[in-house]
Design a protein around this ligand. Structure first.
Ligand SMILES: [Zn+2]
Length: 115
């Protein structure tokens, strides 16, 4: 997907520009007000930039731009929903901790299969 937008001078002498992102672009890209975006030049088109939504880990606040992120998510029957977006390190820690805690808690169960 691509949009043609015009950068506006911030007007404060800083050389910064303001780029207003239209609602249809935000919606199509799954972005919302308050998201952190990474901007880079498009290597194939000198007049184009790429905007990437940067997900910060909900535990350690690290950027997941390089690696992607994991999601720990719940959708309860009472309608309540909750979730966490995690960097690879925190996600792996959560997975290992859950498996380890389960193993310890059920160590002496007779009917618990070995994992
Ligand atoms: Zn993290």
């Amino acid at each position: 997907m691509s949009w043609k937008l015009t950068c506006r001078d911030a007007g404060d002498g800083s050389g910064d520009v303001i780029l207003e992102l239209p609602d249809d672009l935000l919606q199509a890209a799954g972005m919302a007000v308050g998201d952190t975006l990474e901007l880079e030049r498009d290597p194939n088109d000198s007049t184009a930039i790429r905007l990437t939504k940067v997900v910060l880990c909900d535990v350690c606040n690290a950027s997941t731009a390089e690696t992607g992120h994991g999601v720990l998510q719940a959708q309860w029957r009472d309608g309540e929903a909750e979730g966490m977006r995690l960097c690879r390190s925190c996600f792996n820690y959560a997975m290992a901790t859950l498996r380890s805690a389960h193993r310890v808690n059920h160590m002496f169960d007779d009917d618990e299969p070995e994992q």
